[in-house]
Design a protein around this ligand. Structure first.
Ligand code: SAM
Length: 307
């Protein structure tokens, strides 16, 4: 979806763009290729490894900001930027994070149960599974993992951690898998584990709250006609993006003025999924959804409001 997302930004060669999820820098490099000498790119990522990777990108038009994108507006201001022409977000976990066992994101690899994108953050997945009470764990698994057997999973984890208390509870992804293995329906083991890991990851990184804040700030910093391009990887994220692009809020209720004209700051222009070829290349792409929206012209809204 690289080319579709870059097309969605509709890049002006002298424009100012923000990639809020630098990761390995694939999208940032593609944006820079389309920018002229006057163009500028600001890329965010809260992960130290992404910061190290960004150091390889030597380009005067590019600045890396090693912060959570929930602070996008404040850090852009610090760089003297109040308005931008496009914002791109390729949400979730990078291939590098998934493939590094000790980061704890992968259900396939055995490593520390960490899952923090920002390794300075105070709470890891290990802290969560060893300290949160059973009812709260079940709530998280249901809410963020949409796990049908959330309560069973939570109970299994609490029992396992008390059996393992002398070793300090559940410390690795392997131990977590061991704790819940009896509750993984046959043939759906990987799916259930992915849901469980997703729930923990969302809670550890405060992913949905950060996404909401970033979307609202995008509408504030985009120039009229500026583009917001978001790739999401699960339905909880996609629902927030979809509602925001339609209505400017997360409930998806479009407010209207006295004359029945919609008052949303954004207008969704397109949505698409990954092609068959992309899915066979990279299984993660199966769940990817790309949405593109445009900042509605403030003038046209003001005119409507005055009428
Ligand atoms: C899917 S990867 C992006 C891959 C990137 N587009 C590329 O071409 O290589 C997502 C990245 O976003 C970062 N990330 C996720 N949530 C973030 C947040 N709230 N603030 C800053 N970075 C975040 C992750 O650390 C990860 O590196």
């Amino acid at each position: 979806m690289l080319s579709e997302s870059i097309d969605g930004l509709c890049i002006r060669s002298d424009g100012t763009y923000v990639d809020v999820t630098f990761g390995g820098g694939g999208h940032s490099r593609a944006i820079l290729e389309q920018l002229g000498p006057e163009g500028r790119l600001f890329s965010f990522d809260q992960d130290e490894d992404a910061k190290a990777e960004s150091g390889k990108l030597k380009d005067e038009r590019f600045s890396f900001i090693g912060e959570n994108f929930r602070h996008m507006k404040a850090f852009l201001r610090l760089h003297g930027v109040r308005q931008v022409d496009g914002v791109l977000a390729d949400l979730g976990v990078s291939s590098h994070q998934f493939d590094t066992a000790e980061r704890g994101f992968s259900t396939r690899l055995d490593g520390e149960l960490d899952m923090r994108m920002d390794r300075q953050a105070p709470v890891s997945a290990r802290d969560l599974v060893n300290s949160v009470e059973e009812g709260e764990l079940a709530r998280l698994f249901k809410l963020y993992g949409e796990l049908p057997n959330a309560r069973q999973m939570a109970r299994a984890i609490v029992e396992y951690r008390s059996r393992m208390s002398e070793q300090g509870g559940i410390n690795t992804t392997g131990e977590l898998k061991d704790a819940v293995k009896k509750h993984l329906p046959r043939g759906m083991e990987n799916k259930y584990l992915a849901m469980l890991f997703q729930a923990l990851r969302i809670e550890v990184n405060g992913e949905l709250e950060a996404l909401k804040e970033m979307l609202c700030q995008s509408a504030e910093v985009l120039v009229p006609g500026g583009r917001l391009v978001v790739i999401s990887y699960h339905s909880l994220e996609d629902r927030l993006v979809k509602n925001f692009m339609r209505s400017g809020n997360f409930e998806g209720e479009v407010e209207k003025d006295f004359y029945g004209n919609p008052l949303s700051p954004m207008r969704q222009l397109s949505k698409c999924s990954a092609s068959e070829a992309e899915v066979s290349d990279n299984g993660r792409a199966r769940s990817a959804r790309l949405r593109v929206a445009e900042r509605v012209s403030i003038k046209s809204q003001e005119t409507r409001e005055k009428k």
